[in-house]
Design a protein around this ligand. Sequence first.
Ligand SMILES: Nc1ncnc2c1ncn2[C@@H]1O[C@H](COP(=O)(O)OP(=O)(O)OP(=O)(O)O)[C@@H](O)[C@H]1O
Length: 362
Amino acid sequence: MDPHLTCAAERRFPGGMRVEARFRIPEPGFSVTVLFGPSGSGKTTALRLLAGLERPDAGHIACGGTVWADAGRGRHLPPQARNLGFLSQAYDLFPHLSLAANLAYGLGGLPAGARRDRVAELVALLGLDGLEDRQPAQLSGGQRQRAALGRALAPRPALLLLDEPLSALDRPTQLRLRRDLRDLLRRLDVPTVLVTHDRAEALQLGDRLVVMDGGRVCQEGPIQPVFDRPTDPAVARILGVETVVLGGVVEVSGGLATVAVGEARLQAPDPGSLGLRAYVCIRGEDVLVERGEPGPSTARNRLAARIVSLQPEGPLVRLTLDAGFPLESVVTRQACADLDLAEGEAVTALLKASAIHLIPHD
Ligand SMILES: Nc1ncnc2c1ncn2[C@@H]1O[C@H](COP(=O)(O)OP(=O)(O)OP(=O)(O)O)[C@@H](O)[C@H]1O
């Protein structure tokens, strides 16, 4: 069966920048595909290609069995012919219309009764009961966001596009609405493509991840495997893996690989196809710290280290360690205080083998 969405398109901008949007959504039901990458990586351009606001210079886009764009054949459906909902950062509600009139706006093709029913259904789904007659300025940020979502979804589009949907809200509201947004999208049962550069937001909202960098799609797939097993060091860094260092492969046996990084020897699961060298990827949250010299433990990797710096980050503290190579650890403020950790202290860094991800280096 063909995927619900196939996007294999490229936009070439004057000045030489190329952005490729290359990913697919297998099924037509609820799923959230996150376009993730640093500023300038091409996320917005990819979304605009899907929306029909950019014309691809090469490639094609098809959704729900309809070809939306095919550069080779000169086919380009305009945005209004694509059966999609688009929610921009600004929410785009009509300020002079009531909530109900905003929701009904795209339903002009329906008879009045069916239009009223759809608006009532959306109001209930979105939890906006009793607010139907209010204008956008009389709604809270969260309510406005839900109203805008409802307006984009009213005509039952085949695809919903969300451009940084929470970025206009204050931080506490963002955190609260992340969970609500995923529940809502599930109830509305529409495949969604969402742009964000917030890693926690991507993890909380997404089912699939498309990692973009420099106008290229570097990796695509179900979200957890992509987060756990990036296929190149640039993707690992984009995904927030704190320590990415090159090591020499010393031995591979029994499913475990031993890699030398400086003086340290690290054991990690063998990813297969290892050559002489490999990138060692370690997340800060997976590095435990004990005071003093290494003693017995079940952790495969016990490294003598020294604390180079401590950086408080809210309830957490980011430690930069010298373990013969720079190694970052993220611990709670409480643990830091309990162990009385300070710059210059000798510590032991503990790492389970399973917490280390190796990327073969050719
Ligand atoms: N109209 C344009 N003309 C020329 N270059 C453009 C144009 N639009 C985008 N670009 C370039 O294409 C690249 C991708 O831009 P895009 O806005 O898609 O990135 P982004 O990942 O959405 O960034 P951000 O997170 O900052 O919004 C950038 O280098 C940008 O300068």
